[in-house]
Design a protein around this ligand. Structure first.
Ligand SMILES: [Zn+2]
Length: 82
């Protein structure tokens, strides 16, 4: 069962996991894509790539422990002000 995430911005539970790389499109994965539980983020995951996206407010949630912990917050702020 897919782990659900609560958006830190708006408290919504409808957040999608963003996965990177080229996943095998299994039936289970296709089902999760169809339900917007998972978003494909592209073939390459960057240090600052978000791990989750909120469907309600569009916030991108970063969870990775990176060597540049301040960067994700700055990017998120810019996108929210857009
Ligand atoms: Zn949200």
């Amino acid at each position: 069962m897919a782990r659900s995430k609560i958006c830190p911005e708006c408290g919504s539970k409808s957040c999608a996991r963003i996965i990177y790389g080229l996943p095998v499109l299994s039936r289970k994965l296709l089902e999760q894509l169809r339900k917007d539980r998972i978003i494909l983020g592209g073939p390459v995951e960057e240090d600052y790539s978000p791990q989750w996206k909120c469907h309600d407010c569009g916030a991108e949630i970063y969870e990775r422990r990176t060597v540049r912990p301040s960067l994700p917050r700055e990017i998120k702020k810019e996108r929210r002000e857009r």
